[in-house]
Design a protein. Structure first.
Length: 140
């Protein structure tokens, strides 16, 4: 069967004392990193919904993957995406809508919107392949 291309399932967060869905191996790996990162107080999965205009000029709704609160008080809204998708029209349209939403609804907070790519999560492709193999051993 080999390693599945897309992992999805449930992840229990000790920091948040709740279970989150994950829709990719990148999301799952990043959840593990958030749990281990002592600078992260907690995080919310799909913290808000924002309308955006897609490539076909249709209005759709977008939910950023995470809102992360750090011990120093900083907040990051993170979208987990492969580097190869960052140039995609809809990906950029969603990011623009989310940044505008943050400026409007969280005026008094400094919140950064950023993309988390495989380059942020894994040092190299070998580390990614090893992570997938480990997850496969545990789950499949």
């Amino acid at each position: 069967a080999g390693i599945p291309k897309y992992l999805n399932g449930k992840f229990y967060s000790k920091k948040n004392e709740q279970t989150f869905d994950y829709r990719s191996s990148y999301e799952l790996a990043f959840f593990y990193q958030l749990e281990e990162n002592t600078e992260v107080l907690n995080y919310m999965y799909e913290p808000f919904e924002v309308p955006y205009i897609d490539f076909y000029k249709k209005t759709r709704n977008y939910r950023p993957d995470l809102m992360i609160l750090y011990k120093d008080g900083s907040i990051v809204v993170a979208e987990i995406k492969p580097t190869a998708m960052l140039g995609d029209y809809d990906v950029q349209s969603k990011a623009k809508a989310a940044r505008a939403y943050i400026q409007t609804h969280y005026k008094d907070l400094k919140i950064e919107y950023k993309f988390i790519t495989e380059k942020c999560i894994f040092k190299n492709n070998t580390e990614y392949v090893n992570f997938l193999a480990e997850m496969k051993k545990q789950k499949f």
